[in-house]
Design a protein around this ligand. Structure first.
Ligand SMILES: [Zn+2]
Length: 97
């Protein structure tokens, strides 16, 4: 029971880290109205991968969270690919209004 909880929490941390990183790299954008919602703002992922690889090599990204550079970039890729093109709540408001 506790083991699966740990894995779940670790997954959240990785997800949170990847989201923050993608926001910092200008790939994802936070909705200014809805806390915790992100959408994709750029499609050029190469600069983000390069920055991630560089920081990981320098040890500035915790290897506790990521098994290696590929694990890190795979997580970033997944977060960006899962992000909508528009904040889902804004879209809902817009289509209902
Ligand atoms: Zn929104």
């Amino acid at each position: 029971m506790s083991a699966s909880t740990d894995v779940y929490l670790e997954g959240l941390e990785r997800q949170d880290f990847a989201e923050e990183f993608a926001v910092g790299a200008g790939i994802l954008r936070r909705c200014e109205w809805h806390v915790g919602f992100y959408y994709q703002d750029s499609w050029d992922l190469e600069p983000m991968y390069r920055k991630a690889a560089w920081l990981f090599k320098r040890g500035e990204i915790s290897s506790r969270l990521f098994d290696g550079q590929k694990d890190l970039t795979d997580t970033l890729k997944a977060v960006v690919e899962e992000a909508p093109f528009e904040c889902p709540r804004c879209e809902k408001l817009r289509t209902e209004g």
